[in-house]
Design a protein around this ligand. Structure first.
Ligand SMILES: Nc1nc2c(c(=O)[nH]1)N[C@H]1C(S)=C(S)[C@@H](COP(=O)(O)O)O[C@H]1N2
Ligand SMILES: [Mo]
Length: 185
């Protein structure tokens, strides 16, 4: 059996709060999740509409590139596949860019994105503002910077493009088991 904690990581007791700027102010009545780009059907979904998608529980460990890992995080939300079913990405949609209300963005291959989930609750309560209310992506198999908080849009694209940290020296993919922390430049 493989180790539970990836190389170079140390386990912390509490999930730290980490973001590059300020917590964005969200007016939930105005807020939408937009799905656009290379899709058959563009979407603009309200918080209420997302709550009606099949809700599931997710338990996972998360690993930040700065060296901490938090084991056994507990989330509720919906599978990425729900968004894929509704928007039907086109055949040439091989990547996504996930956009956030604080100006953050992160890139994922369609394959990696599909393994993640959208969280609406954390530890049994609606997501706290500092952890991404109203909606965050969680992609447990990649470093936690891929788990965008305050998500506002998913853009389906044909070619890989770097997001916020990926264009500032972080690895384009970020697999913690391979220690894909920074790009070789
Ligand atoms: N929108 C947004 N999402 C973000 C970030 C950010 O700055 N803005 N930081 C990322 C990084 S580097 C980490 S480690 C996690 C931290 O999530 P937490 O504050 O819920 O622990 O959020 C990720 N998602
Ligand atoms: Mo991070």
């Amino acid at each position: 059996m493989r180790e539970r904690v990836p190389p170079g990581q140390r386990v912390v007791d509490k999930l730290p709060v980490l973001h590059y700027s300020d917590i964005p102010h969200i007016d939930i009545k105005e807020w939408r999740l937009k799905i656009y780009g290379l899709v058959s059907k563009e979407l603009s979904l309200t918080y209420e509409e997302l709550l009606k998608l099949p809700q599931k529980e997710f338990r996972c460990d998360v690993h930040c590139v700065t060296g901490w890992s938090k084991l056994d995080t507990f989330w509720e939300g919906f599978e990425v596949s729900e968004i894929i079913k509704l928007s039907k990405p086109l055949e040439n949609a091989h990547f996504v860019m996930v956009h956030s209300a604080d100006g953050y963005a992160t890139n994922l291959s369609l394959e990696d994105f599909s393994k993640g989930f959208f969280a609406m609750k954390m530890s049994g309560k609606p997501l706290p503002p500092e952890h991404g209310y109203p909606l965050r992506l969680v992609v447990p198999h990649l470093y936690f910077w891929k788990s965008a908080k305050w998500v506002t849009a998913v853009e389906f694209i044909a070619e890989e493009k770097p997001g916020f940290w990926e264009s500032r020296g972080y690895h384009i993919r970020g697999d913690p088991w391979k220690e894909e922390r920074y790009s070789e430049i």
